[in-house]
Design a protein around this ligand. Structure first.
Ligand SMILES: *Cc1c(COP(=O)(O)O)cnc(C)c1O
Length: 464
């Protein structure tokens, strides 16, 4: 059985899925600050503005669809994360896979964050924007020899080792280059966390990491301690994504600290670092209640301190790797409505000029999003809507269930908030769509940080 049913086909007539909110929001024009970037508001005319700039002006200058990123909010979130962990002997790594560009890397650098990359391409972007290599960590379950050589040669701070093969390969590569590469070993702790629940399992049926309960992690530690090319500095765990509850982290921390205690008992060494990964949730709709970085930091630090005290270990340096929680809420996608198709007794399909090529998360994960009429306010009745794209695929849905004002019409601008993470970075050229630009807005100024693709870009790759 497939894990996620095809949403557009078999559910005709199933107007709202079970458990979904059924009542329209009290005020369709309201912008819930939980889901919108910090400087987003409506001006006196009712138009949505960001950093003081009206969406119509952005659409006019940069076209649609476009990702509009609130730089002020991005920097504030970086600072909130850094400050939350300050004084607790911890480091914050921004997970570049959520969205990475050179401007983003410069802001991270300026705001005192480090960066995680998981490919040679991401490493190139990080290095080319001047992030010191020592502040970059390399992840991945199948890093190529070329990627490992590149990372070691660049002097990355640490490599998170994911397999026995990689451990041997990396040690050899580092020795060839006459260096000793700092590493963390990624372990699977038997916790899988998603949103409001976590599942503790005895074994892990997935591709990442080395199993703690199966003894692979302890074996990797044993081997790492004998290899000349690597210096084992810690243990890494990443338990999932879009998590709201720290209970899963608590189990993970306990198991990782348990491994540190075993390592001390068996080898007489106390590893100085642990990394508990990312995965902290954000609000995509008003139903989501994410926690503040300060609260998360306090709770993680407390868990680690308690577990270390119980195991008789000194407290290691703690790292975290938020991606979505930093960039996700900072951007919205701006679309123009092209067609409006009411289906009697069902809902109205509102088609926009983008779709699954700029936001695959709805189709891929059944992700929920919100949407607002952005170019104006409206007093019209709420209308049950589905915001869809322009691709040749019925699963091409951006927002599955939303209420929009009944007078929404071609030419209106819609904004879908919380698209900063895993949208541009997962964008495709399906139907030879041109990937939208990313526009950074700050204090009344807007600038392109990633330009829109052109048909020339498509033809340049297609060598005939
Ligand atoms: C994806 C990933 C992250 C970031 O996850 P978010 O959900 O964006 O916070 C952090 N660490 C690792 C190892 C990851 O694979």
């Amino acid at each position: 059985m497939s894990r996620s049913a095809h949403p557009a086909g078999p559910r005709h007539g199933d107007v709202l899925p079970e458990g979904h909110w059924t009542a329209p929001p009290a005020d369709l024009n309201a912008l819930d600050p939980k889901v919108w970037a910090q400087t987003v508001t409506r001006n006196a005319d009712g138009a949505v503005t960001v950093g003081g700039i009206e969406v119509a002006a952005l659409a006019e200058e940069f076209g649609t669809p476009a990702y509009i990123l609130d730089e002020t909010d991005f920097r504030a979130r970086c600072r909130a994360w850094r400050e939350a962990f300050e004084g607790t002997h911890a480091e914050v790594y921004y997970a570049g896979k959520a969205f990475l560009s050179r401007a983003i890397v410069r802001w991270l650098h300026e705001e005192g964050l480090n960066v995680d990359v998981c490919s040679g391409g991401e490493l190139t972007v990080a290095l080319s924007a001047g992030m010191p290599a020592a502040r970059i960590a390399l992840h991945g379950n199948n890093k190529s020899t070329a990627e490992l050589e590149y990372a070691v040669k660049s002097g990355v701070g640490h490599v998170v080792v994911d397999s026995f093969e990689e451990l041997a390969r990396l040690s050899w590569i580092a020795q060839q280059q006459g260096v000793r590469q700092k590493i963390l070993i990624r372990v699977t702790v038997g916790v899988e966390a998603h949103t409001h629940e976590f599942i503790a399992t005895a074994h892990e049926d997935q591709k990442f990491g080395l199993s703690l309960t199966g003894g692979q992690a302890a074996e990797a530690v044993r081997r790492a301690l004998t290899l000349d090319g690597v210096e084992l500095v810690g243990i890494h765990s990443h338990i999932g994504s879009q998590i709201f509850d720290t209970a899963g982290f608590e189990v993970a921390a306990r198991r990782v600290v348990g491994l540190l205690a075993e390592i001390k008992a068996e080898h007489g060494v106390e590893l100085p670092e642990i990394d508990l990964g990312g995965g902290l949730g954000i609000a995509y709709t008003s139903d989501d209640d994410p926690r503040e970085p300060a609260e998360i930091a306090a709770s993680l630090a407390q868990i680690v301190q308690r577990e270390c005290a119980a195991a008789g270990l000194s407290v290691p340096k703690l790292s975290v790797e938020p991606g979505r929680a930093i960039v996700g809420p900072t951007a919205f996608t701006l679309y123009e409505v092209g067609t409006v198709k009411p289906l009697e007794g069902l809902r109205t399909y509102v088609s926009v000029d983008g779709g699954m090529s700029d936001n695959i998360r709805t189709a891929l994960y059944d992700a929920e999003y919100s949407v607002a009429l952005a170019s104006r306010t409206s007093d019209a009745e709420p209308m049950l809507s589905r915001v869809v794209g322009k691709h040749c695929e019925s699963g091409d849905i951006v927002v599955r269930d939303a209420f929009l004002p009944a007078d929404v019409a071609p030419g209106d601008l819609l904004a879908v908030p919380a698209t900063g993470a895993y949208c541009r970075s997962m964008a495709s050229n399906y139907n030879h769509a041109l990937k939208p630009p990313v526009i950074a807005v700050r204090e009344g100024e807007a600038r392109v940080i990633v330009r829109r693709e052109t048909e020339e870009d498509l033809l340049r790759l297609d060598v005939g």
